[in-house]
Design a protein around this ligand. Structure first.
Ligand code: MG
Length: 277
C-alpha cells in the first residue's frame, strides 16, 4: 500500500487500527522521506531501493493528440517533427540533395522514380509515428499494390503495402519485417483511409571487431494493433535473400522507400530513446 503503514493495537476487547502516512508506532523517525523510501530492499543492480526517494523523476512530456480522417494529430512535445504537412525540409534524396517527392494537401506523395527519401537527421533507438494512405482506386496486385517501406538506418525495413484484399507472401505483408517476419495479424485498412504506424526500434550493437553484439529489435503497432512484439531483426532488408549484418554507427537516417506507387504520408514524428538514468 503506497505511503501508508498500519499497526493493530489491542486494548482489551477493542481493536484500533492506526493508518498513518509514514508514522510507524514504536519508531522515533518516520521511515518515509519526502516521496519514497530508503529502507526498502535494493533492486537488482544495487543502485536504487524499491520506491527510492532519490531516484530521478521522469521528464514531463505533453502528449500529442489523435488524428481524424481529415486532420492529423499533434506530436508529443519532445518529438522531432519530420513532416508537419508543409514541406520536405527534414528530408533529402539518397545523395543529400532535395527530396524529389511531392507535397499535396498536407501530405507527402511518393513520386514514382523520385527515389527514396531519407531524413537529414540521424537516429538510433527511437519511437516513430507516421500515417500513410494507400492509393485509391487501388492499382496492381501482390507486391505491386501500394508498396513502400520504412527503413531504419536505411536498411531494416518495416513493410508498407496495401494488403486490403490483396494477398501476397506472408513476410511481405504490411507490418512485416520484410523478408523475415510476417505481422502477427493483418490489421490493414481500406485504400484511401489513413493508417497509423507506431514503431519502437532498438538499434543493433556491434563489437569492436564488427561482429554483432545484439541484434536490432522492433515493436510495431499498425492502426493500434500489435503486429511485431520485440521482434529480433535478422539482417538488413533483402529481396529473395537473407543478408548479413554489417557494422555501422549508433545512428542512421530513416528512409522511406519509392516502389513506384503513389503512397501518401502525413504526421511523421520521432522521439529519440535514451538509456534509463
Ligand atoms: Mg517495401
Amino acid at each position: 500500500m503506497p505511503g501508508r503503514s498500519s499497526r493493530v493495537v489491542f486494548m482489551g476487547a477493542i481493536t484500533i487500527t492506526l493508518a498513518t502516512a509514514g508514522l510507524v508506532i514504536g519508531q522515533d523517525k518516520p521511515a518515509k522521506t519526502k516521496h519514497g523510501f530508503k529502507d526498502t530492499p535494493m533492486l537488482p543492480g544495487g543502485k536504487w531501493h524499491v520506491h527510492d526517494s532519490d531516484r530521478p523523476l521522469p521528464p514531463v512530456v505533453t502528449p500529442g493528440t489523435c488524428g481524424t480522417r481529415d486532420e492529423p494529430g499533434k506530436p508529443p512535445s519532445d518529438a522531432v517533427v519530420l513532416f508537419d504537412g508543409k514541406d520536405l525540409s527534414a528530408w533529402s534524396d539518397d545523395r543529400g540533395g532535395s527530396a524529389r517527392w511531392d507535397v499535396k494537401e498536407g501530405a507527402i506523395v511518393i513520386r514514382a522514380g523520385g527515389g527514396v527519401i531519407r531524413t537529414r537527421q540521424e537516429f538510433g533507438d527511437c519511437q516513430l509515428h507516421l500515417e500513410f494512405a494507400e492509393p485509391t482506386p487501388p492499382r496492381g496486385d501482390d507486391q505491386g499494390r501500394g508498396n513502400s517501406g520504412v527503413l531504419f538506418f536505411g536498411r531494416y525495413e518495416i513493410q508498407v503495402l496495401d494488403n486490403h484484399d490483396n494477398p501476397t507472401y506472408a513476410d511481405g505483408h504490411v507490418g512485416a519485417v520484410y523478408g523475415q517476419f510476417p505481422p502477427l495479424v493483418n490489421a490493414s485498412r481500406e485504400p484511401g483511409q489513413w493508417q497509423t504506424y507506431d514503431i519502437m526500434f532498438t538499434a543493433p550493437r556491434f563489437k569492436d571487431d564488427g561482429s554483432v553484439a545484439a541484434r536490432a529489435h522492433v515493436t510495431v503497432l499498425l492502426n493500434g494493433v500489435l503486429v511485431q512484439n520485440h521482434t529480433p531483426i535478422l539482417a538488413p532488408m533483402a529481396y529473395r535473400a537473407l543478408a548479413k549484418y554489417q557494422a555501422h554507427g549508433p545512428k542512421g537516417p530513416l528512409v522511406l522507400q519509392d516502389h513506384g506507387n503513389p503512397v501518401r504520408f502525413r504526421n511523421i514524428w520521432i522521439r529519440e530513446l535514451h538509456e534509463r538514468p
